[in-house]
Design a protein around this ligand. Structure first.
Ligand code: SF4
Length: 128
């Protein structure tokens, strides 16, 4: 059981992961889990709030989005970075394939890829 696995589990629970469940799910003892949680807290990768479940005190653990992630998240759609940032090409935005692709990925998510191919296919055959 590694620190990374614990962090992945906490990340996958945006509503917060209970420490009393973490050690059971990851098949480690509660002491080792406490050490891992302490390490993640020290590295500011998680925060915690005290909680009582059926009279048992535990902590709800939350992943802390890094400053780096937060800074660039408005420029990301799915895994695509906003194409105009740093672009030095001369352009007409309404005809820019890179910008269209990025907008499709924002509006349609993964389904945007199919829509992009359809647009490219139409453009290709309209030029012939
Ligand atoms: S619209 Fe296209 S060409 Fe223009 S800055 Fe954005 S990515 Fe570059």
């Amino acid at each position: 059981m590694s620190v990374e696995e614990a962090l992945d589990y906490i990340k996958s629970h945006p509503e917060g992961a209970l420490q009393s469940n973490l050690w059971k799910i990851l098949k480690i003892d509660s002491r080792k889990c406490s050490r891992i949680v302490a390490k993640l807290l020290k590295e500011n990768l998680i925060t915690r709030e005290a909680e009582s479940i059926d009279g048992i005190r535990t902590y709800r653990l939350y992943y802390v989005e890094s400053a780096h992630d937060r800074r660039f998240s408005p420029l990301l759609a799915e895994e695509f970075f906003e194409p105009c940032a740093g672009c030095i090409e001369e352009c007409t935005p309404e005809h820019c394939a890179k910008l269209s692709e990025w907008i499709f990925s924002i509006v349609m998510g993964p389904a945007g890829e199919m829509a992009i191919e359809k647009v490219y296919h139409q453009e290709k055959y309209s030029e012939i």
